[in-house]
Design a protein around this ligand. Sequence first.
Ligand SMILES: Nc1nc2c(ncn2[C@@H]2O[C@H](COP(=O)(O)OP(=O)(O)OP(=O)(O)O)[C@@H](O)[C@H]2O)c(=O)[nH]1
Ligand SMILES: [Mg+2]
Length: 169
Amino acid sequence: MMLTTKVMLLGDMGVGKTSILYRLVHDRFDGQYKTTLGVEVLSYDVPAPAVGGGEPMRLVLWDTDGDFGTRIFDTVYVAGASAAIIVSDVTRPQTVTRMNELASSFETRFPGRPYKALVNKIDLADAAAGAVWPEGLAQSNVKFVSAKTSSGIAEAFAELAETIRRRQF
Ligand SMILES: Nc1nc2c(ncn2[C@@H]2O[C@H](COP(=O)(O)OP(=O)(O)OP(=O)(O)O)[C@@H](O)[C@H]2O)c(=O)[nH]1
Ligand SMILES: [Mg+2]
């Protein structure tokens, strides 16, 4: 049986959570903004690693409405989460602050469970000249990505799956 694991997608409104999943699952990008209402669930199978063996892994991805903020941790949606992808927008520093808050709430709620912090929209990095490095997060946990160009997206989920696999949640 394939290892199946629940992953929360967290982050402020409009940072690109849904776009990241759309790129990951359908390899497409849509420039129009359609906000997520509540929560949507979809699934993605991470291929088996090219080296070192191991099975493919099914990620059940819970795409949340950015409006929840840290209140998401007071809802039933987070029950049984094995890991999280926490997203910010490189052009909006306050979303990086929010990403840090969500990361520490996740660590408090689920001690030891892995997460990755993705700074999205890196294709717009010129517009974000002077954007702050997400302080307080371990460097190995942070990745700069773009749902628009697909840069770093598949790798981020493969790395998270690898961490989950090693810890066997
Ligand atoms: N340039 C650029 N735009 C992006 C990128 N990712 C998302 N967007 C745009 O940003 C807007 C918001 O993207 P969404 O994926 O809907 O954001 P979200 O985090 O799901 O938002 P909520 O569901 O409201 O919380 C859309 O217009 C996207 O096209 C990216 O990597 N680069
Ligand atoms: Mg969304």
